[in-house]
Design a protein. Structure first.
Length: 270
C-alpha cells in the first residue's frame, strides 16, 4: 500500500516500508480517496479504496512530481509540453524494433495521433526515418513486479546526447486488443490498445491526469475510451493555442503582444 501511494505521488517518503500506519500514510490515503472521489465511510481502508488500488492504471504519478533531469537520471515523467522545442509543429514517431509492433497496431497509433493532431490544431505527426531519431518512441516492455503489475503502461521523457524524446512504454505482459477485436466482454489482462495509445500520447503532448471519469487522461485504464472529452480539449487548447506556445500572428502588433506575453510567462516561472 505504501509503495503504491509512493509510486503515484501520494506518499513522499521512499521505502523500504514497514507495516506501521503512520500519520504520513494516513494523510496520503485520505488524499488518494479525495482525489478519486471515494466514499469515506469511517474506515480508512474501506472496500471501495481497496478495490480501487487493484484496478489497472497508468504508471505516471497523479500528483506531486516535477519535470526535470538530474545528473544521474536521464529520465523524467512528462509534465506540460516543456520537452518540445518551442514552436514545434511537427513531431516524428517510431516503433521499437525489438517490440515487433504489427502493422495493425501501427495503424491504431496513427489514428490516435491523428485525433490528437486535430485537437491541438498545431501539431502534426509523421513516421520517423528510424526509431533512434524519432521524437516519440513507442514500444512494449515487461514490467511486472509488485505494484508494477497494475500498471498497463506509462510515458517518460528521456535525455540523450542533449536531445529529448518522449517514450511510450506499454506493458508487454498484457494482451492489447485492436478495435476489430471483440467488445465489450474483455478478459482479465486484456486492454484496448487505442485507449492506451490515446492516454499516453496525451501525456507526451503535455496533459497531466484528470479525475473526470470521461477524460482520456483519467488514470484508471480498464475500458475502451478514445474520444477526447471537452475538458481534454480545453486543457489542450491552453497548451497549444495561446501566445505562450509561440503561435505568433503575422501582423507586427500581434508579434509584439506575443513576445510580451512570452516574456511575462517566462518571468512568472523564473
Ligand atoms: Zn497516465
Amino acid at each position: 500500500m505504501k509503495q503504491y501511494l509512493f509510486d503515484f505521488g501520494y506518499l513522499q517518503q521512499a521505502g523500504p516500508y514497514d507495516n506501521s500506519l503512520d500519520e504520513e500514510t494516513i494523510s496520503a490515503i485520505k488524499t488518494y480517496q479525495k482525489t478519486f472521489n471515494l466514499q469515506d465511510n469511517g474506515f480508512l481502508l474501506n472496500n471501495q479504496t481497496l478495490q480501487q488500488i487493484l484496478l489497472p492504471r497508468c504508471g505516471v504519478p497523479d500528483i506531486n512530481f516535477e519535470y526535470g533531469f538530474s545528473r544521474t537520471n536521464y529520465l523524467s515523467w512528462p509534465k506540460g509540453n516543456k520537452w518540445l522545442r518551442k514552436d514545434t509543429k511537427l513531431l516524428t514517431y517510431g516503433f521499437a524494433p525489438e517490440s515487433n509492433v504489427s502493422s495493425d497496431m501501427i495503424e491504431v497509433f496513427k489514428n490516435a495521433l491523428m485525433r490528437w493532431s486535430t485537437t491541438t490544431m498545431v501539431l502534426n505527426f509523421t513516421e520517423a526515418t528510424s526509431y533512434d531519431v524519432a521524437n516519440i518512441k513507442i514500444g512494449f516492455y515487461i514490467s511486472n513486479e509488485g505494484v508494477e503489475d497494475v500498471v498497463v503502461g506509462d510515458s517518460v521523457i528521456i535525455l540523450q546526447n542533449s536531445y529529448t524524446s518522449g517514450v511510450i512504454r506499454l506493458n508487454a505482459s498484457k494482451y492489447w486488443l485492436l478495435p476489430t477485436d471483440k467488445y465489450p466482454s474483455w478478459e482479465d489482462d486484456e486492454f484496448d490498445l487505442e485507449t492506451g495509445a490515446m492516454h499516453q500520447i496525451g501525456h507526451l503532448l503535455g496533459l497531466d491526469h484528470s479525475f473526470e471519469t470521461d477524460s482520456i487522461m483519467y488514470p484508471i485504464i480498464n475500458q475502451r475510451k478514445v474520444d477526447i472529452s471537452d475538458s481534454d480539449i480545453a486543457n489542450t487548447n491552453q497548451l497549444y493555442n495561446d501566445a505562450n506556445y509561440g503561435n505568433f500572428g503575422s501582423s507586427a502588433s500581434s508579434l509584439v503582444t506575443s513576445l510580451f506575453l512570452g516574456f511575462a510567462f517566462l518571468a512568472m516561472f523564473n
